[in-house]
Design a protein around this ligand. Sequence first.
Ligand SMILES: [Zn+2]
Length: 294
Amino acid sequence: MCECLSRKLNPRRFTGNVAGRRDRLPNDLPDSTVPELPEVEAAARALTRAALGKTIAAVRAIHPALKRKLTPANSRRAKGKRIRSIDRRGKHQLLGLDSGDTLVVHFRMNGDWEIGTTNDQLDRFARAVIDLDDGTRISLVDRRALSSITLDKEGSSSLPKLGKEASDPTLDADYFVKVLARRKIPIKPALMDQSVLAGLGNIYAAEALWEGELDPKSPASQLSKEKLERLVAAIRLVLSPRRRRPGRYTDTRGRDRFAVYDREGEICRRCGGTIQRIVQAGRSTYFCPKCQLG
Ligand SMILES: [Zn+2]
């Protein structure tokens, strides 16, 4: 089998994104495909292996929506620059160039990298491509074309205000006491607010609250320090490397990682209660009303 064919059969993608099952809210996007911190981290690591230290031969947006963000002028500006750093901040991937500029990528709901060569046929969902001087091609693939790639000029940043990283080892209850003090909203949407904590989305927020036996409806500002300590430990657990098996969510093995997410009507594996789904801030929240009482 030629290399290109084997690549087509086993496309090297990194967030586990697939055309997933739809969430049950008609106007909600399918969370089952949305990359959160562990998936974006895996994608950034793959990008590091493929691109760090190499020089950009060409970078271009293909889809009109992405062209508005990565303009032809900015594409020309990035050409010929060496990628000297690759970092993740929240769900953003930052490619630091030797010019001082930064390419900022956000996968949004469905984005992923496909890494191949400039000889490969372009994926039909490739929305932007970065060609490197050694013939590597990094394609930003996204069925919905909601992803973004922008160029931040040296000294400027398009990143929104972001809270502490959910994976930051210094995250503690005191941090939450401070940032949640005036949050009247329930803890679940507060955890998904990237300016509170960067990296968690709908899936991992629900999983952390289940691990911590915390009620997703509890007002964020009223959680005791003891409960916030439980929350910190739970976030650490759901993001821990042994849980990090980015695989396709729709695989049984992938779904097994989740205790409550998308399990409405199923039996809670901790207490035997029945998992419920409620809607908070327009998104589905899955939880066990019998044991998540905090
Ligand atoms: Zn339970």
